[in-house]
Design a protein around this ligand. Structure first.
Ligand SMILES: [Zn+2]
Length: 150
């Protein structure tokens, strides 16, 4: 499972971005109590992968793994962080539009109103009318984008 550190200022929740390497839409989440980004769903494996058979044995092992981390894994993680931080609200609403799930808690969105906001009834209690209008406007743009991509 892919996971890596994310900036503290990124709110816990779910995010979808265009994968920086292959252009598909990939999904990530930041859990409530950890400043990490995890690939979602857990079995998803976006980005570059290192297979055990490709890792040399013996004295070359550690330098190889260090170089792979510095040159491959870290740049990918940076690109994902940058893509989310460029517009976290858009990344959240993209998650809701693509997955039909609440971008705050990940639960399935069942009714029309929740799909319109991208947030389920429990999670949107903390939002005022102005927030909800803003979310609806971002979601309608994102849903149109998701339909174009389908
Ligand atoms: Zn929710």
């Amino acid at each position: 499972m892919k996971q890596f550190a994310c900036p503290e200022e990124l709110a816990p929740g779910y995010y979808s971005i265009q994968d920086p390497y292959d252009g598909s839409v990939t999904h990530w989440y930041r859990p409530e109590h950890h400043a990490v980004l995890k690939a979602w769903p857990a079995k998803a494996n976006p980005g570059p992968s290192l297979l055990r058979k490709d890792v040399p044995k013996g004295d070359d092992r550690i330098p190889f793994l260090r170089a792979w981390s510095d040159n491959v894994a870290t740049p990918y993680a940076e690109a994902v962080r940058t893509a989310i931080l460029t517009d976290p609200i858009e990344a959240s609403s993209r998650f809701a539009a693509f997955c039909a799930r609440c971008w705050m808690c990940g639960k399935t969105l069942t009714d029309r109103t929740s799909k319109c906001y991208g947030v389920g009834p429990d999670c949107r209690r903390s939002f005022d009318d102005e927030d909800l209008a803003f979310l609806a406007s971002v979601m309608s743009k994102t849903i149109a984008e998701a339909e174009d991509a389908a």
